[in-house]
Design a protein around this ligand. Sequence first.
Ligand SMILES: *[C@@H]1O[C@H](CO)[C@@H](O)[C@H](O)[C@H]1NC(C)=O
Ligand SMILES: *[C@@H]1O[C@H](CO)[C@@H](O)[C@H](O)[C@H]1NC(C)=O
Ligand SMILES: *[C@@H]1O[C@H](CO)[C@@H](O)[C@H](O)[C@H]1NC(C)=O
Ligand SMILES: *[C@@H]1O[C@H](CO)[C@@H](O)[C@H](O)[C@H]1NC(C)=O
Ligand SMILES: *[C@@H]1O[C@H](CO)[C@@H](O)[C@H](O)[C@H]1NC(C)=O
Length: 260
Amino acid sequence: MTILGTALGMVFYLLQVVSGESGYAQNGDFEDAELDDYSFSCYSQLEVDGPQHLLSCAFEDPDVNSTNLEFEICEGLLEVKCLNFSKLQETYFIKTKKFLLIGDSTICVKLGGKHITCQKMNIVKRVKPEAPFDVKVIYREEANEFVVTFNTSHLQKKYVKDLLHEVVYRLEKNENDWMHVNISSTKLTLLQRKLQPNAMYEIKVRSIPNTNYFEGFWSEWSPSSHFRTPENNSELSLLYGLVSLTIRRLWNNCARNQKR
Ligand SMILES: *[C@@H]1O[C@H](CO)[C@@H](O)[C@H](O)[C@H]1NC(C)=O
Ligand SMILES: *[C@@H]1O[C@H](CO)[C@@H](O)[C@H](O)[C@H]1NC(C)=O
Ligand SMILES: *[C@@H]1O[C@H](CO)[C@@H](O)[C@H](O)[C@H]1NC(C)=O
Ligand SMILES: *[C@@H]1O[C@H](CO)[C@@H](O)[C@H](O)[C@H]1NC(C)=O
Ligand SMILES: *[C@@H]1O[C@H](CO)[C@@H](O)[C@H](O)[C@H]1NC(C)=O
């Protein structure tokens, strides 16, 4: 009992030392100076640079003093047992061709070579696609519709090819009233009669993996695109079309008659 008690006491003491070293206590608020929370999250981007994959991890608590902390990934790798992460500001990343893309890996936070915390994760279940781009909206007057197209680098990839895209659009003056549409292709038609006439719209797209094997998170949003709807609703513009057609016919007849 006493040995166990002493052991627990020592563990507690050591934990406090680690916590103190991490600089948490330096903000002077000793009530908050408990154990640092070293939980972290990671996402992968496959074939992001030719055949190279990217894995990025960051602490969930942005205030963690990461000065002496390192990240390491083991298992689920080709040829090597473990790889070290590089660090850029508060993000740890690794760019490599050596992910097996089958089974779990273990990712650990290390301080002075010792593991502080580890997580098992499967890289293919944490895919964050690259943001779509080149969102274009073309008005097809004869069909009274808008054709929305966009591009994604995933069309050119071997692994994560199937994505679900979320297209959202809103009237620019109705700031938070987004309409949502999910599609798996990169083309969408919006009916003119479902939109307000003579209004400015904003539209953007993001993507998420859509297969059983590759899973993960939403991409960042694509850059926004803007389009304006014509002034008249379809009936009026139909009328307008008829009138202008009639006028043109009359004009042509008139011109022909004058030539004679
Ligand atoms: C972070 O920790 C290092 C040593 O581990 C220390 O030198 C540095 O001052 C700390 N930074 C902050 C902002 O607490
Ligand atoms: C990873 O970093 C550790 C130091 O934390 C070093 O001992 C080890 O050799 C490195 N491994 C690789 C594969 O670079
Ligand atoms: C999509 O972008 C790629 C470059 O990333 C380009 O090669 C391709 O032609 C584009 N596709 C379309 C339909 O614009
Ligand atoms: C689109 O798909 C996402 C993810 O599956 C889902 O959360 C969302 O509710 C869907 N939205 C619509 C409008 O169907
Ligand atoms: C809209 O309709 C009005 C008449 O209803 C017409 O004067 C105007 O030119 C039309 N505008 C467009 C953009 O078609």
